[in-house]
Design a protein around this ligand. Structure first.
Ligand SMILES: *[C@@H]1O[C@H](CO)[C@@H](O)[C@H](O)[C@H]1NC(C)=O
Ligand SMILES: *[C@@H]1O[C@H](CO)[C@@H](O)[C@H](O)[C@H]1NC(C)=O
Ligand SMILES: *[C@@H]1O[C@H](CO)[C@@H](O)[C@H](O)[C@H]1NC(C)=O
Ligand SMILES: *[C@@H]1O[C@H](CO)[C@@H](O)[C@H](O)[C@H]1NC(C)=O
Ligand SMILES: *[C@@H]1O[C@H](CO)[C@@H](O)[C@H](O)[C@H]1NC(C)=O
Ligand SMILES: *[C@@H]1O[C@H](CO)[C@@H](O)[C@H](O)[C@H]1NC(C)=O
Ligand SMILES: *[C@@H]1O[C@H](CO)[C@@H](O)[C@H](O)[C@H]1NC(C)=O
Ligand SMILES: *[C@@H]1O[C@H](CO)[C@@H](O)[C@H](O)[C@H]1NC(C)=O
Ligand SMILES: *[C@@H]1O[C@H](CO)[C@@H](O)[C@H](O)[C@H]1NC(C)=O
Ligand SMILES: *[C@@H]1O[C@H](CO)[C@@H](O)[C@H](O)[C@H]1NC(C)=O
Length: 398
């Protein structure tokens, strides 16, 4: 039926491609070659002279203007320098240099000349030292990622400019990831800066940033916040009730923060919540509410906190739950029979609490790690254990 339409599509594509090819800006191609020459190592085999740079790996051109609009040079073993060959490409909207091996050089201030940038990703690229003020000029940024997965010490710092100056004019930001950047600011400073400057923020990640508490009340204005990660900072404060009203929250990660007080129960019933990790806050108290059947919760980790009370029978309604780690808390009472209904659970750790009574006769069918040790459980080992096809670790001791 449609056979006589078929030749049209390849023809259109051909037209489009030749149009794009014809309009490539040759001076941008030579700038990129200059950039490549400034690298001491780089996995950029397709970047060759006398070829169209719009076809090179990691290079994306606008089909109409022919200008380079995105460079994704992540994971390309790049070391050496960033030079004018890059800062020349002012048509760039997205730049990703993540996961390269720059040798602890500073982020060049000239990056601030790429005024059209909406996405800048320098995560785990090997940069070190003070974050340059140039980035503060990139007022079109929607996403900024300067994070490092660092187990040793922070490699980037935000002293001058500080966080307030860096993001002061970045009012379009939706995603800000500064994991392991040394911000060293107290709660009123970092909280107020974020709330005031970036009203559209949906994801905030400040893991291991040397920030302290309190969690500033102005953050309650960020009504579209979906991801909040503040792990491994000595916040030493309570979690304000407004967290339970941030209706877009999907990921809440606050492990190792020295949190105190009572965690707002309402967070657990937020409709979009998928991951919550409050582990290793020894003085953080709380209890689990009744669960709604439409919960999307995927991972519930409260280990090493001071959560108390019974597990609600409604816990079996968590149909998406894959990981539940409630070890080393103060839970008590009987383990509800409904845990057998947690059809997706792979990792279930209820060890080191004060659970009593029998082990539920039905166990989650897909569980691979089931750890119930160090409670006060009694009665027989359920026979359903023989049906756990995926089990790799089971510990019922004591
Ligand atoms: C920057 O662009 C200008 C004009 O397009 C060009 O003359 C110059 O060589 C470029 N610089 C580098 C380092 O590529
Ligand atoms: C920057 O973006 C604007 C708006 O999209 C565009 O008009 C302008 O040409 C771009 N600048 C460069 C150098 O490409
Ligand atoms: C930055 O790039 C890395 C590697 O491609 C990716 O894993 C990470 O999610 C990116 N960050 C953002 C904020 O998109
Ligand atoms: C932010 O914008 C204001 C007003 O345009 C300007 O005075 C200030 O210098 C800018 N800050 C930075 C860090 O660029
Ligand atoms: C962070 O910076 C502050 C001062 O700017 C310094 O005292 C502190 O040692 C730094 N922290 C880390 C973990 O490097
Ligand atoms: C929050 O998100 C909604 C829907 O995407 C959008 O209409 C609204 O403008 C956003 N609010 C802010 C402050 O960005
Ligand atoms: C919850 O998530 C859905 C789909 O991911 C999205 O459409 C909806 O806007 C979110 N709700 C809130 C309150 O953010
Ligand atoms: C643990 O929670 C209980 C009950 O809420 C409380 O009485 C106790 O003081 C808390 N312990 C710590 C160390 O916070
Ligand atoms: C488990 O789920 C089934 C089907 O949804 C339901 O009939 C049963 O009552 C649930 N059992 C428990 C103990 O919640
Ligand atoms: C465990 O629960 C029993 C009562 O059910 C109580 O007497 C005991 O103090 C609890 N132990 C701990 C360590 O909380």
């Amino acid at each position: 039926m449609s056979s006589h339409h078929r030749p049209l599509l390849p023809l259109l594509l051909l037209l489009l491609l030749s149009y794009a090819g014809n309009s490539t800006d040759p001076s941008q191609c030579s700038s990129l070659l200059n950039l490549k020459r400034s690298f001491s190592s780089a996995d950029l085999g397709t970047w060759k002279p006398d070829t169209d740079c719009c076809g090179w790996d990691g290079v994306l051109c606008d089909p109409v203007s022919g200008l380079v609009v995105a460079l994704d040079l992540s994971h390309r073993v790049i070391a050496g320098k960033l030079t004018a060959g890059l800062f020349n490409i002012t048509s760039l909207r997205k730049l990703n240099l993540a996961y390269n091996v720059f040798d602890e050089i500073p982020i060049p201030n000239e990056i601030g000349s790429l005024l059209n940038l909406t996405h800048l990703n320098l995560s785990n690229a090997g940069f070190a030292g003070q974050v340059p003020v140039g980035i503060a000029k990139l007022t079109n940024l929607v996403s900024l990622d300067l994070s490092t997965i660092s187990l040793v010490q922070s490699s980037l710092s935000l002293v001058n400019p500080n966080l307030e100056t860096l993001i002061g004019n970045l009012s379009e930001l939706r995603e800000l990831n500064l994991d392991s950047v040394n911000i060293s600011a107290n709660g009123h400073r970092w909280g107020a800066a974020v709330a005031k400057s970036t009203p559209k923020l949906t994801a905030l990640s400040l893991t291991s940033c040397s920030i302290t508490g309190p969690i500033d009340s102005s953050l309650s204005k960020l009504s579209n916040l979906s991801v909040v990660r503040l792990d491994q900072n000595e916040l030493n404060c309570g979690v304000p009730d407004f967290f339970g009203k941030l209706s877009s929250l999907s990921v809440v990660s606050l492990s190792f923060c020295g949190l105190t007080g009572i965690f707002p129960k309402d967070v657990f019933v937020l409709k979009n919540l998928t991951n919550i990790d409050l582990s290793y806050n020894l003085m953080l108290s709380g209890s689990l509410p009744d669960i709604f059947s439409d919960s999307r919760l995927n991972s519930l980790v409260l280990s090493g906190s001071n959560f108390t009370g019974y597990l609600p029978n409604s816990i079996g309604k968590l149909k998406s739950l894959t990981r539940m780690d409630l070890s080393d808390c103060e839970f008590s009472g009987v383990i509800p029979f409904s845990v057998g209904n947690l059809s997706q659970v792979v990792h279930l750790d209820l060890s080191m609490n004060n659970f009593t009574g029998p082990i539920p006769s039905l166990l989650p069918p897909r569980v691979s790690e089931l750890i119930l040790s160090h409670n006060r459980l009694t009665g027989p080992i359920p026979s359903s254990i023989g049906k756990l096809e995926h089990a790799v670790k089971i510990d019922f001791l004591l």
